[in-house]
Design a protein around this ligand. Structure first.
Ligand SMILES: Cc1cc2nc3c(=O)[nH]c(=O)nc-3n(C[C@H](O)[C@H](O)[C@H](O)COP(=O)(O)OP(=O)(O)OC[C@H]3O[C@@H](n4cnc5c(N)ncnc54)[C@H](O)[C@@H]3O)c2cc1C
Length: 428
């Protein structure tokens, strides 16, 4: 069985072969691949659950299956492996030493719910306090005590720390017949001694409010691609109904705005590699639910690398799918019906067009979390904040901390990172 946080008061350093930072698909892969060859691994995740951004998808290409199809097998491999220790609500605060002999300090924030939790949900039913649902990108609310998501690992509730001291939480404590809620838990710091560190802290969506001509945050019917995944998901805030945020109406005409901030010197100068395919995938969510709905996708050029070209060819055959060559320069709102108007310039002919749709989806790009939270030791980053290829001196990067990529590429990269870490040796 995988292990979790050491019991409070046991201050002995934990010894590991590999420390993995970030519990998304990259970090989970590195951890499992290393542990399955008998290496001791500590996996550090700052959120209350593993899964990263993939856990928040509705479906993912190439197979268009829900995240459970890839995640569950990984979680099973992790659950049964005694060599993995999973630390959630955990963050690396300092690193000293070097390859073969690192000493790492890790801050553990309180969950306020112990391992006695069975995820029965009785505490949530009686909880009176609500908070913004960050897993759903702010669409909707959760209770102050909540299960992070359906596939949450560990499958344990968590209390939002801002409400741990709220007198109303007493009801939740009383409702828990397993005595699993401990609102007195405190932050603590533990030490891990390890031979190698793999950094897999992944990405976050580009801040769409910076795209000041595209109306995000100003017009309710302009959403982002990551929000679209949650609208389409059965476990999302609308139970899988793709509806207009302004009035909950079914969508009849949806616009996808490619390169929203990407390949743009003022925002993200690079291509995030997955946005074109993500939008085409999301268009199929709409088309499957609403056979009469139209899709209008505005692009500079469509990028569908490798075998994904087949998917691009397939959607092109759909007669309700309209590709518009043009960069959307501006989004306006029709005040009469809250529709949004996409103003675009055809990059070949220079013609300006206006297309009115019910809802617009901004295909925003991927920003590496290392851009503003780099590893706390000398690590070479490129100009955009991605970890530069391994120099053999510091951490080993894995997944989307290295470059924007899809899940398959991320998994390959993370498996390679496991091998590099094993070769580095040291630790125990
Ligand atoms: C709209 C959209 C749709 C997509 N659809 C698909 C698709 O259909 N198919 C596909 O193959 N790919 C898809 N992708 C790409 C996919 O999301 C990535 O390939 C995948 O998330 C990469 O996994 P990762 O582990 O590198 O990063 P993440 O998923 O970002 O995981 C990183 C983990 O590290 C944690 N973390 C962050 N900072 C710290 C820290 N300081 N300390 C500890 N932990 C930390 C995070 O909480 C997270 O759990 C899509 C991307 C977008 C934007």
């Amino acid at each position: 069985m995988a292990q979790f946080e050491p019991v409070a008061g046991t201050d002995e350093p934990i010894k590991a072969d590999t420390l993995v930072v970030g519990g998304g698909i990259a970090g989970m892969t590195t951890a499992i691949e290393s542990a399955e060859v008998g290496k001791q691994v500590v996996l550090v995740e700052k959120l209350p659950s593993l899964g990263g951004r993939v856990a928040a998808m509705n479906q993912y290409f190439p197979k268009l299956c829900p995240p459970s199809c890839g995640m569950e097998i990984n979680l099973k491999r992790m659950r049964i492996n005694p060599f993995v220790r999973v630390l959630t609500l955990a963050e690396v605060v300092s690193v000293s030493g070097g390859p073969g002999d690192f000493e790492v300090k890790i801050k553990l924030s309180p969950r306020f719910v112990t391992e006695k939790c069975t995820a029965c949900g009785e505490c949530e039913k009686v909880c009176e306090i609500e908070r913004d649902d960050d897993f759903n990108y702010g669409i909707g609310k959760t209770k102050a005590i909540y299960l992070p998501h359906q596939l949450a690992y560990p499958p344990r509730y968590v209390v939002d720390p801002q409400f741990a001291g709220d007198a109303r939480m007493k009801k939740c404590v009383e409702a828990c017949e397993y005595d699993a809620i401990d609102l007195n838990q405190k932050e603590r710091t533990i030490t891990v001694k390890t031979g190698a560190i793999v950094w897999a802290t992944g990405w976050r969506p580009y801040d769409a409010t910076k795209l000041d001509t595209l109306g995000f945050g100003q017009y309710p019917n302009v959403i982002t691609n990551v929000m679209m995944e949650r609208y389409a998901s059965e476990s999302g805030p609308t139970g899988g109904e793709i509806v207009r945020p302004s009035d909950g109406a079914e969508v009849k005409k949806v616009g996808f705005v490619q390169c929203a901030g990407s390949r743009d010197e003022n925002h993200l100068p690079y291509c995030s590699a997955i946005c074109c395919l993500a939008s085409m995938k999301q268009a199929t969510y709409v088309r499957e639910r609403y056979p009469e709905a139209e899709i209008h996708l505005f692009y500079i050029d469509v990028r569908s690398p490798g075998r994904m070209e087949d998917f691009y060819i397939k959607v092109q055959k759909d007669e309700k799918f309209f590709f518009h060559r043009g960069k959307v320069a501006q989004i306006l709102e029709n005040p009469d019906n809250k529709n949004v108007i996409l103003e675009a310039e055809n990059t070949l002919t220079g013609q300006i067009t206006q297309t009115e749709v019910d809802m617009a989806v901004l295909a925003i790009g991927m920003v590496p979390n290392t851009a503003d939270t780099p590893p706390p030791l000398d690590t070479q980053l490129d100009e955009f904040g991605f970890i530069a290829p391994d120099t053999g001196k510091g951490v080993i990067g894995a997944g989307t901390t290295m470059q924007p990529s899809d899940v398959a590429t991320t998994v390959q990269d993370a498996t390679g990172a496991a091998l590099k870490a094993i070769n580095q040796g040291g630790g125990r």
